[in-house]
Design a protein around this ligand. Sequence first.
Ligand SMILES: [Zn+2]
Length: 167
Amino acid sequence: MNHSDSGLAHGTSGSPQLSIKNQEMANKAKENEKNIWNNALKNQAYTKIQHLIGSTSGSRGKAMAVGAYDEKTGKTVAAFAGEIPKKIHPDLLKLAERVGGVGSLGVTDRNTVGVCAEFHVINDMLLSDSKLEHIRLTRPIRPRTGQFMPYCDNCRAMFLEIIERSS
Ligand SMILES: [Zn+2]
């Protein structure tokens, strides 16, 4: 096609206003895409929690379940609260120091640091090479009722940045 008699041919095609608008639209599109991707991963993580609860005998007796996803790689995991993991990633050990270290009661009067489901999923993610800054959490769920529960104060302190990024 020959554009030589189009009005845009005389040096007006690169109008700065137009470029800014295009850039804004491109950024917005990129952001939307990222939100769609993150929401899909979040849904996958919730599905994983449901499968975990459905496929584990005695799951209704577990205190809590939570999911996590890696916004970079798309990996999702789910876990119950339970015993402190035998192998803990060094980055997580460091975060636990914020509240007094693994095995302490942290800033709570009854939640041992390392027992929470959040601790388990984040550890699983880190041990399978996820970067801390790419990890996001679902909300915790009580398996017996299926209800959303709040994060405990230890998790809030240790995983502050992750929780803020996840909301
Ligand atoms: Zn917790």
